[in-house]
Each structure stands twice: as C-alpha cells, then as structure tokens.
Design a protein around this ligand. Structure first.
Ligand code: NAP
Ligand code: MG
Length: 465
C-alpha cells in the first residue's frame, strides 16, 4: 500500500553501507483502510471450504519456492545476510505455508458425552482480523511464521514489518494475491512502529495481535492489549544458555556452540549466547570454540548487524564488557577484525572471566557475542541457566541420557536442544517462558493460538424435524 501523504524512508544496505531502496511509509489512515478491508473480507475467507483454503496456501508456498532467488536477493539487500542463510530462511517461509496448508484438514472439534438428550460439540473459530508486527532479523521468515497459521485458521491479517526490512514482506503480499488469496485477506502496511504498529494494536476491529520483537515494545503493546482485552502472542528476546558437561563430545559441543551464537550474526532471539561449561573442560572447550571462530569469514559466513542502531549497541556492549573486567578471547574490539569490511560488521567475540551477574551475561546483546562461565555441579548449572529474566531456549551437551533428560526438564525455556543447537522446524512449537514472552508459534499449537473454541449444546428433546 502506498502512503497517502507521500512519506518515505531511504534504506541502507548493511553489508556495504551504501544507500538501499526507498520505502513508502504509511500512517494511521492506511492502517484504518487495511483493517477495514480485512474486516470486510473475514466472513468470506472463513467460509471458504478448507480444501480451497489449503490449496491457496499451498500455492503461496510453491510461489515462494519458485521465486526463491528474487526473494533471497531482496532479503539480502536489506539485511546483508550471507547467501546460504538468506536462502534457508526463504525456504523456511515456504515451509510454513506448506505445513499450515496441510493442517487445515485436521478435525476442528470434538463431540462431548454430556447426557443422552444433549448433543454437545466444540468447534474452533478464527478471531477475525489478526494484527501481526514483525522485527528486522528474519523478515520474510517471521512474517510467514505468523501469517501462515493465522490465515489457515481462517483469519484475515494486517501485517506491519520492521521499517528497515519490509521488501520481502511486501513481495509476499503481492505473491499471495497472484496465488488467489482474495482481496482484503492479507494486507501489509509499511511504516514506523510508533505510528503504524501502534495504530494496528489500537484499532477496534483487530481481535488478536501477534508480536515479535523487543521486550520493551512487547510490554507497551501488552498494556494496550490489557485495556482492550485483546489476546496476544509475544515472541520477545532471550539470553539462552548452552550447558556443556565434562562427558560431552567436545568437538560436537564446540561446533554447535559456535553455530548457536553466530548464526545470523547472533541476531536471533533464540541464540545461545551463554556458554555454561563444567570446570574440568572449560579451557579445552573455550580453546576449540575460539579456534573455530578464528576461521569464520565476515561477509560470506557472518553477516553484518542489520541496522546501524544494532551495530552501535554491540559496540557499547564491548565497552561494558571491558568495564566489567571480562577477557576477550576473540574480538571484543571494533577496531580489529572489521577493518577490511564495509558496512555494519562486528567481530565474532568470545569472553571468559565472566560471572552470571555481569550485564554481558544478563542482557540480550543481539550480536555474535558469547560469554563462557564455568560451573562445578549439575545443580549449579541448572540454577545459573535459570537465573535469567529470559527463558526462550536452552542446550544440554552430555553423553549421559538420564542427565540430558533431567536437565532438559529443569531448564525454564520454551525449547531445549540436546547435543545440538536449534534443531528448529515448522513442526516444533516455539515460544518463551518469563520475559521471552507467551503463546506459541509453529506446530499445531500456533493454529490454536490463532483460533478459539466454541462449545455448542443442542437439546435433542426439543427437536421436532
Ligand atoms: P522492536 O523494536 O520491538 O520492533 C519490532 C517491531 O515492532 C517492528 O516492526 C517495530 O517497528 C514495531 N514497533 C516498534 N514500536 C512499536 C509500537 N509502539 N507499537 C507497535 N509496534 C511497534 O524489536 P527489533 O529491535 O526490531 O527486534 C529485536 C528484538 O526482537 C530482540 O529483542 C529479539 O530478541 C526480538 N525477537 C524475538 C523473536 C522471537 O521469536 N521470540 C524473534 C526475533 C526477534 P519499526 O521497525 O518501524 O520500529
Ligand atoms: Mg527496534
């Protein structure tokens, strides 16, 4: 949708620092138009046969795959992501539509045995208009993550992508139209969070919000949602711990720990950024991690920070780490490692000499920065992992299966990975504990987050025909 007042924003390519594309910025007027269109379209979309709805969503999945190169390049121009990562995220977006296209065929209710002359059944109903607000770190992938189940459940959607990274989401909307998603069913409004995002959350025709982003904005949306009695899914930040025990396969643990904190240059809410390592293997594991990090190339393996703000934020954390007395075993200094790279690149950084009380161990940095903290016992490791305001993910590395399951059970997080990091897929429900948010995306659970249950009881005694 093009802005009525002609406002626009000049983008920047974070990998080069060069100017990027210019994006039209919407206002509350465009939000109102989009929401009214979504409101008008909601009845017909809900009543379309599930076979047809599934076919349309499946076509969107196919269209994402057949436009893989175009979408990948659009995404890279705004995020600077390495090619392989950007492609994988685009394919992941296709997976969401494929998976939820299939789930439309699941039974939507039950028959309940209450008493002989009553026929009691339940059905699942969409909310109506769902507002979706997404961040800049996995733009297309997160748009698809929320929209595919919302649409599959029979809702219509008004989506606001992050201002800095809206190109692929806008393209998704046009692909959806080409695939037969009826007018008004899937709407994208570009613009600032404080204007367009806030207008979506406040609009009386919106009946559910799915927000992915920072804790501070999630809390702000939560306050408005409380006033409006609006159901909310919040996918917020994390400071997830990887716990490595002395009996673990060290080579495997080292390579997974590196993947955990460097994927997407650490700009993943589920990054594993706290390495809790048993004392006896602390030095050996840190050495292996640092060896691997040394081999990573900025640019084709590790992308830049996606926004200038984020680049500056990571730089400030390097100063915090120095002031807190942590030892940078690699990186930790903007003047090294990045000299030959243009754009918002930061060095992959590993700190030792860290305690779990330090800010660098407690706050989400959202960059490729790992803190390593030693522990003595299983009990201490669990206590430290859970001593965090966040609870998004956790990892356990051990060859003792009883211990793996005990620790997986004890970690306060929405997902735990054993002897690997982030084996994520569309089938696995995803979401947080504590300040990482609530509600679940992905899996069958997401369908339930985008619909509510009605129970109907029919007095059979009064039925005459
Ligand atoms: P953010 O500042 O919270 O922004 C997220 C989205 O909210 C953007 O589209 C933003 O628009 C919009 N927004 C800003 N202010 C708003 C308001 N008052 N009302 C409504 N919408 C508003 O987060 P970010 O900096 O883009 O992303 C980084 C954060 O997201 C990290 O904390 C990360 O952990 C979290 N995250 C969580 C998950 C998860 O699944 N749990 C996934 C990815 C990221 P503008 O861009 O226009 O400001
Ligand atoms: Mg922000």
């Amino acid at each position: 949708m093009i802005s009525k007042d002609g406002a626009s924003r000049a983008g920047v390519n974070p990998a080069t620092g060069n100017p990027g594309s210019t994006v039209s910025l919407g206002s509350a007027i465009e939000v109102d138009l989009a929401i009214r269109a979504a409101f008008a379209a909601r009845g017909a979309w809900r009543r379309i046969s599930s076979l047809e709805r599934g076919r349309i969503l499946r076509r969107v999945s196919d269209a994402i795959r057949s436009n893989l190169e175009e979408l990948t390049e659009l995404e890279r121009a705004e995020t600077g992501k390495p090619l392989a990562l950007a492609r994988a995220e685009v394919l992941g977006a296709a997976d969401y539509f494929e998976f939820y296209a299939a789930l439309v065929h699941l039974p939507q209710g039950d028959v309940l045995d209450v008493q002989p002359d009553l026929h009691v059944y339940t059905s699942r109903e969409p909310y109506g208009v769902v507002g979706v607000i997404t961040p800049w770190n996995l733009p297309l992938n997160q748009a698809a993550r929320a929209c595919a189940p919302a649409l599959a459940a029979g809702n219509t959607v008004v989506l606001k992508p992050a201002e800095a990274t809206s190109a692929t989401t806008a393209r998704l909307a046009s692909l959806a139209t080409e695939c037969g998603v009826p007018d008004g069913v899937f709407n994208v409004v570009l613009g600032k969070g404080s204007i367009v995002g806030a207008a979506i959350v406040e609009h009386p025709m919106v009946r559910k919000i799915a927000f992915t982003g920072s804790l501070a904005v999630g809390q702000e949306i939560g306050r408005v949602a409380a006033e409006r009695v609006l159901p909310l899914t919040l996918e917020l930040g994390g400071k997830s711990a990887c716990i490595v025990f002395e009996d673990a396969d060290l080579e495997l643990a080292a390579s997974e720990v590196v993947r955990a904190f460097t994927t997407n240059a650490g700009q993943n809410c589920s990054s594993g950024t706290r390495l809790l390592v048993q004392e006896g293997i602390h030095d050996a594991l840190v050495e292996r991690v640092v060896d691997r990090v040394r081999d990573l190339r900025l640019g084709d393996q590790i992308g830049p920070m996606i926004t200038q703000d984020q680049f500056e934020t990571v730089g400030r954390y390097f100063e915090v780490a120095a002031a807190e007395g942590a030892t940078a075993r690699h990186g930790g200094d903007m003047s090294r490692n990045v000299a030959d790279a243009e754009g918002f690149f930061v060095p992959v950084t590993v700190y030792t000499g860290v305690t779990n009380r330090m800010r660098i161990a407690r706050e989400e940095i959202f960059g490729p920065v790992l803190v390593a903290i030693p522990f003595a016992t299983e009990e201490e490791a669990i206590e430290m992992a859970n001593d965090s305001e966040f609870g998004l993910a956790g990892g356990v590395f051990t060859t003792d299966m009883s211990r793996a399951l005990r620790v997986a059970d004890a970690i306060e997080a929405g997902q735990v990975y054993v002897n690997s990091w982030s084996t994520q897929s569309v089938q696995m429900p995803f979401g947080g504990h504590k300040n990482s948010g609530y509600g679940r995306e992905k899996g069958i659970e997401a369908l339930h987050n985008y619909s509510h249950v009605k129970s109907v009881s029919v007095n059979l005694g009064a039925i005459t025909t």
